[in-house]
Ligand binder design. Sequence first.
Ligand code: SF4
Length: 189
Amino acid sequence: MLFIRFHGCPLSCPWCDEPLHRDPAARRDWQAEELLAALRQLDPHLPFILLTGGEPLAVPGLAELVNFLKAQGYWLAMESSGVGGTIPEGIDWLTLSPKTALTEEIYQRANEIKYVIDTPPTARRSREIMQRAQQHGNVWVQPRADGQRDAAGREIIPPQALAGCLQLIRQSAGTIRLSLQTHKWAQLP
Ligand code: SF4
């Protein structure tokens, strides 16, 4: 899958792994045709794109870009916190990663929901996630990395974050699934 990583986000999660999102000077503006040329140079045949961030919904002209990429034949996935705008119609797969209160509508629009977990959740938080898993059916939990690495340079999964994920998975009798940022383990960019 080809990744388009947008700059900027209306939220400011302290653990954000998009290092440039608070630095306007690091931003680069792309024209759609220029972006298409770069994608084709990376792989002229791969038809899958993931729009991620930062927050794609906060990008001016997102709907036009989605229409443009769809017209080129791409299948488009998007990862979003659900904050900053509306989901363009051409998005084929939406991964919703809630960080704040959201409308029911956006939960229903999501193809999957991913919660980032840093510690074993409180009883209230656990109930919320469990209820969402029962209603939606495609819910994932992902341990939140804190930037520590092992001797080989791989990111370490903090044990309390993994414990929190496993607690939720056990409580849900396997309805909730574990998501790991495999690219980091494999040391892919
Ligand atoms: S919502 Fe996502 S992109 Fe935005 S600050 Fe939080 S982690 Fe970063």
